[in-house]
Design a protein around this ligand. Structure first.
Ligand code: HEC
Length: 202
């Protein structure tokens, strides 16, 4: 099927098949290719994890991957606390711990959260809280159900420990044993606490 146009003297000029010319690549195309190559490199740089065989989607780098590796000890405990917090408490108190107007007070620097009297704090999720309470100088008068009553001791300890060490808070961890002791001591209590009752606790 191939004709050699040039060597066919019978072919008129008009019959000539189109021939690839030597026109140079348009500048815009050159620029487009450069942009694509640069963009691709940038994308690989950001998301590709370079050539590390350890890094796979959806992780973007070794550091990124390490951040999601199972941790042990205190780190795992606080991570568990964060998960429980976001599942059970964040709805009202906010994922950022700042509380929500008309719904629930803040945990950030809250005297009820970073208190040394951990018995007070543990009682709040175990039986709930009702009536007037002052949090960081702001008056609230709502009701919190016993949101932590159904949580195992380890989860309740983890969530309270997380709250005491998130958002700039810094206070001691609460152990599952502490939670178990308070749960046992308050087993007959069915009513939510009032702030006045909690403040009277030694
Ligand atoms: C349904 C909404 C709601 C959920 C969910 C909730 N709370 Fe509350 N929480 C409140 C309200 C409302 C108050 C204030 C109660 C009052 O006015 O007496 C409060 C107050 C508190 C306080 C004391 C005040 C402060 O801000 O420091 C603590 C501590 C607390 N909650 C812990 C928790 C924990 C822990 C969880 C999750 C296990 C949780 N709450 C889930 C509504 C909620």
């Amino acid at each position: 099927m191939s004709h050699n146009v040039q060597s066919n003297p019978a072919a008129s000029v008009n019959d000539a098949e189109p021939r690839a010319g030597s026109a140079s690549m348009p500048v815009w195309m050159l620029v487009a290719v450069m942009v694509l190559v640069f963009g691709g490199g940038l994308y690989f740089d950001t998301y590709g994890g370079w050539f590390s065989p350890q890094v796979y989607a959806p992780y973007r780098s070794v550091n990124d991957l390490m951040a999601y590796q199972p941790v042990s000890g205190e780190g795992a405990f606080l991570l568990r606390g964060k998960v429980v917090y976001e599942q059970v408490c964040a709805l009202c108190h906010g994922a950022d711990g700042n509380g929500k107007p008309g719904q629930a007070p803040t945990f950030v620097d809250s005297e009820w959260v970073i208190t040394d009297n951990t018995g007070r704090l543990i009682r709040i999720p175990l039986q709930g809280l009702n009536g007037p309470i002052k949090v960081k100088g702001v008056d609230w008068n709502l009701a919190m159900p016993a949101m932590g009553a159904a949580l195992p001791d380890a989860d309740l300890a983890a969530v309270l420990s997380y709250m005491r060490n998130a958002w700039g808070n810094k206070a001691s961890l609460i152990t599952p044993e502490e939670v178990a002791a308070v749960r046992a001591a308050t087993a007959s209590r069915t009513q939510p606490w009032t702030a006045a009752e909690l403040e009277a606790l030694k």
